[in-house]
Design a protein around this ligand. Structure first.
Ligand code: SIN
Length: 534
């Protein structure tokens, strides 16, 4: 049994930022299921949206965010995150994060601001086209140097421990977590009063995604099982431009490419976005993704193309070195030819419902970053707002957590928690069942719960997922847990939550588009879809 003042699950920008602040106040276990650097953050290309220029304003950033969010953003939350952003960006820079700058006349320099879809101004701070990697590595270095942070790699959280589940006749609250140590195969018990979910999103629930392998919705699934409120899971953002190539299946082609003049064209080189939105290729993401989907369905083509080859080659190589090198290795010279692209699942706008401090409906449990639904994104996230949200919420959460009252006035080490019992469970004998179910879920979600939905397809998905969940649950009780089985269980749970929320919303709004209810219905649906287990 291990006792910590803070237990943080996940080592992306949200988890690392929180852990660094928490370490000033107590001991921190930073638990991450693969290596410290393996996170969605590390794959973020575009950057961090933040008002830093005199030509921009908080009001404009708030307005752009609300417009993208299609009526469902919480305006107070948006304003808080936007206005607190610059101070948090300053802290990142003090920790060594380097954002690109450009030369001004007279030898001065200023931050080089990128443009992305839905933004009325240039306001995206970036480190070339690998911003997430720059942030991730800087924060990770700082966390590794902290004596108060135990970075536990290859450790995967299994389930949260709550007083309710343990039978305490008291207010329900989170008091710890069971964690699988992959090296030993044992499940260890971590005791804490302050558990922070920073586990990222669930892109792997879909067949095609820009997300890395780790994005299996673990935080949402665990919070759901623990009884926390989950909201807006129907709003899955599909990024319009993921590389279409058998050997580069989840590689993102940043929206910044369109921001710098990249044109979306069909196989014959004809631009098509003008038909769909006055802002063309820089329309909000849901519109661009749906337009590409419609073009592909109309023409039967397997992809569309993003063309930046009309720009000077040296500019393209300098601004997008990561995309240039990756495509070149696959035989595509983006300075000379268009890039084949398709939409792919990219970001979970819903999640564990929190307030603007990251507090969930379960006392002692906080959620920050992509796992959380704070009200910033509403029905559609504005590009590059997520890294901003993560740093602001990490800062606000530590302030709130410290004011929270400990369980019954007792420090966490006085609460008796049961150890994990494996019972008669034996090792999984047929991993093929796990892999088969995993593939089936991802294909089913892509085919039935994708960019354009219908009730019939959603119901079909729901029936099949229920049956898969029963099968997986039997596996879970009969066999010793391993990472693949735990991820499959979480993936199936999150898939079912997406379908449940999508079936509830009888309208089209933002990222949720259904042929059965193609109109937006403000009278009945200007609200979150909230679901609880109990
Ligand atoms: C991108 O670079 O297009 C991704 C940015 C984001 O998802 O916010």
């Amino acid at each position: 049994m291990k006792t910590y003042d803070f237990v943080v699950l996940g080592s992306g920008i949200a988890g690392l930022s929180f852990a660094l602040k928490a370490a000033r106040h107590g001991s921190v276990a930073l638990i991450t299921k693969r290596s410290g650097a393996e996170s969605n953050t590390a794959h973020a290309q575009g950057g961090v949206a933040c008002v830093t220029s005199g030509e921009d304003s908080f009001d404009l950033h708030v307005r752009d965010t609300l417009t993208a969010g299609a009526g469902l953003c919480n305006e107070a939350v948006v304003r808080t995150i936007v206005t607190e952003g610059p101070a948090r960006i300053q802290e990142l820079m003090e920790l060594g994060v380097h954002f690109d700058e450009r030369d001004l006349e007279g030898g001065e320099r200023e931050l080089d601001l990128g443009r992305e879809g839905g933004h009325s101004k240039r306001r995206v701070l970036h480190a070339r086209d690998a911003t997430g990697r720059e942030i991730e590595l800087s924060l990770l270095r700082a966390a590794q140097a902290s004596a108060r942070i135990d970075l536990l790699e290859n450790h995967m959280a299994v389930d949260l421990l709550t007083t309710g589940k343990l039978g305490f006749a008291t207010e329900d609250r989170c008091v710890g977590v069971y964690v699988l140590n992959e090296a030993t195969g044992n499940v260890e018990t971590f005791r804490t009063d302050r558990l922070i979910l920073a586990t990222g999103g669930c892109g792997k629930v879909y067949l095609y995604t820009t997300n890395p392998k780790v994005a299996t919705g673990d935080g949402v699934a665990m919070a759901w099982r623990a009884g926390a409120t989950i909201a807006n899971m129907e709003f899955v953002q599909f990024h319009p431009t993921c590389l279409f190539h058998p050997a580069g299946s989840s590689f993102l082609i940043s929206e910044a490419v369109r921001g710098e003049g990249g044109r979306l064209v069909d196989a014959k080189g004809r631009e098509f976005m003008g038909k769909y939105h006055p802002r063309g290729a820089l329309a909000p993401r849901d519109i661009v993704a749906r337009a590409i989907d419609a073009e592909m369905k109309r023409t039967g083509a397997p992809c569309v193309y993003l063309d930046i080859s009309h720009k000077p080659p040296e500019f393209v190589r300098e601004r997008f070195p990561n995309i240039y090198e990756t495509c070149l290795k696959l035989g595509i010279d983006i300075t000379q030819e268009p890039i084949p692209v398709v939409p792919a699942a990219h970001y979970q706008c819903g999640g564990v419902l929190t307030d603007v401090n990251g507090a969930t409906s379960l006392r002692g449990l906080y959620a920050i970053g992509e796992v959380a639904c704070t009200g910033l994104h509403g029905a559609n996230r504005l590009a590059s707002n997520s890294l901003l949200e993560a740093v602001v919420l990490a800062h606000r959460a530590i302030g709130h957590v410290l004011m929270d009252v400990p369980f019954n006035g007792h420090p966490p080490h006085e609460i008796a928690l049961p150890e994990w019992v494996s019972g008669d469970a034996h090792d999984v004998d047929e991993m093929v069942v796990i892999y088969h179910n995993w593939d089936e879920i991802r294909r089913l979600m892509w085919d039935y719960v994708g960019i354009v939905r219908t009730d019939k397809r959603l119901k079909r998905a729901s029936t099949r997922l229920r049956s898969l969940l029963r099968e997986i649950q039997e596996f879970y009780w009969d066999f010793k847990v391993n990472t693949d089985l735990l991820e499959l269980r979480n993936l199936a749970t999150v898939a079912a939550l997406i379908v449940d929320c999508a079936l509830l919303r009888k309208e089209s709004r933002g990222l949720h588009y259904t042929l059965d209810y193609p109109e937006t219905d403000d009278l009945h649906w200007l609200r979150n879809t909230e679901i609880h287990r109990f």
